[in-house]
Write a protein of this length. Structure first.
Ligand code: FAD
Length: 410
């Protein structure tokens, strides 16, 4: 049987592997992590709402029942297209078909100081680092006698007004104002500042104006200072300097301002487009290598003149499409062009507050929040994860708690 090697057990790679379960192929899935991660809820791990194991699941256990499936815990370092072979941390692996789905990484846009001192959010260790850092700032503020230093420790900057930045700022505010305020009664809550800095003049650009405004108002109600036209030029770990020259003393800067394709893309020797993504044919094949497909955040395709966004539904739909095209290729049938069906955008800004533009339905406030909850529970992989996340959310909702506020060693 031909071997289909899939690199990356994220949204795209996992769907492709599953969709090939009845195909006459051997599927080998490779990932440097042994788990599939539900990245949309990472910010809740960073703000002590959920534990990492509630939003991730071992890849082997997800695909345990699939007879034609195998998994290898390796990092892929290079692809030899001519020899149809991958170089990995555990030696070479040969393929007949190759599906590259390595996802993306945080894009610091060449801002070295931010890469050194800022906090990105892309994987579980990043989320734990943010959680440890925020809680440690509160502990240090308890020990610091200098009022100025205390204010710097309690100033939290989130950079980027996209869904991740908005959700992060809202969740951070709730962690502090609903929960930590009870843990640290001796600290003055008025010393706490949360700023959301956005370089353009709008939050959540994919949403219509009414919903963008609703999101901004909700953030203000949660004491998040939203600043537009605020571009961070430098950060030394103690103060952030904006392009305007303004200096904001802060011990925490969370960088949610951009993503780019995974570093593997740059090693492939293929032309790249914006954000290091690799342009693919309408069938998701790589030009000149019909047995190689690239999907998800790593792939670049335009639809109606716009690049497809780096979001989970694009990766999932591409995963299905690539599996279907491999099956067609095996049967000698022509491959089909990929077409993305946009289901909409959702972002939550804390309890009872969200904005949603789904299937043309534009909602904000409580109804959008309920829709957000339901959709995320449905999408989480594994019954145990769904149950534990639901219990956690219910507990936090009714008791104003965040159970996971532990400072663990890195
Ligand atoms: C904090 C955050 C919040 C987000 N929120 C949303 C949201 O609300 N809605 C939404 O639609 N999208 C959201 N996204 C985007 C979404 O998660 C991505 O678009 C999606 O994960 C892309 O899927 P993928 O399959 O391309 O890659 P991924 O899901 O990122 O998977 C890539 C996999 O490849 C592995 N890998 C990478 N390089 C190698 C290598 N060299 N060797 C071996 N393995 C490798 C990685 O370990 C990873 O498991 C969010 C992303 C982040 C970071």
């Amino acid at each position: 049987m031909p071997t289909v090697v899939i690199v990356g057990a994220g949204f795209g790679g996992l769907r492709a592997a599953r969709a090939l379960r009845r195909a006459p192929v051997q599927v080998v899935l490779l990932d440097r992590n042994n788990y599939h991660l539900f990245q949309p809820l990472l910010y809740q791990v960073a703000t002590a709402g959920l534990e990492p194991e509630e939003i991730a699941k071992p890849t082997r256990s997800i695909l345990r029942g699939q007879k034609n499936f195998d998994f290898r815990l390796v990092a892929v370092t290079r692809v030899d297209f001519a020899a149809k072979r991958l170089e990995t941390s555990a030696g070479p692996i040969a393929y007949d078909y190759l599906v590259l789905a390595p996802g993306g990484e945080t894009n610091f846009f060449g801002l070295d100081s931010m890469q050194r001192h800022g906090l990105g959010l892309k994987d579980i260790p990043d989320a734990i680092t943010i959680r440890n850092h925020v809680l440690t700032c509160f502990e240090q503020a308890m020990l610091d006698l200098d009022a100025e230093q205390r204010r710097t420790l309690l100033t939290f900057i989130v950079v980027g007004g996209g869904p991740t930045g908005v959700e992060m700022a809202g969740a951070l505010s709730e962690l502090i104002r609903l929960v930590l305020v009870k843990d640290y009664p001796r600290l003055n809550i008025k010393d706490v500042r949360i700023l959301l800095l956005e370089a353009t003049d709008r939050l959540l650009p994919a949403l219509p104006e009414r919903l963008r405004e609703a999101a901004g108002k909700t953030l203000w109600r949660k004491y998040v200072e939203v600043r537009f036209g605020a571009t961070v030029a430098d950060y030394d770990g103690r103060q952030a300097r904006l392009k305007s020259g303004e200096v904001i003393p802060a011990r925490t800067v969370i960088w949610a301002a951009g993503v780019r394709a995974a570093p593997l893309n740059a090693t492939l020797g293929l032309p790249t487009a914006r954000q290091g993504r690799i342009p693919v044919e309408p069938t998701l094949q790589v030009a000149g290598h019909p047995e190689v497909f690239i999907i998800g955040d790593a792939a670049y395709r335009e639809q109606e003149g716009e690049p497809l966004p780096m979001v989970a539904p694009v990766a999932i739909q591409m995963g299905h499409s690539v599996a279907s095209n491999i099956k067609r290729h095996l049967r000698g049938r022509p491959l089909e062009a990929f077409r993305y069906r946009d289901q909409g955008t959702l972002a939550t800004i804390g309890r009872n507050a969200a904005v949603a533009n789904v299937y043309g339905l534009k909602l904000s406030g409580f109804p959008a929040w309920v829709m957000w909850l339901v959709i995320h529970i449905i999408q989480l992989i594994g019954f145990r994860n769904k149950l534990f996340v639901l219990i956690n959310w219910a507990w936090d909702y009714f008791f104003y708690e965040r159970a996971a506020r532990l400072i663990t060693r890195d």
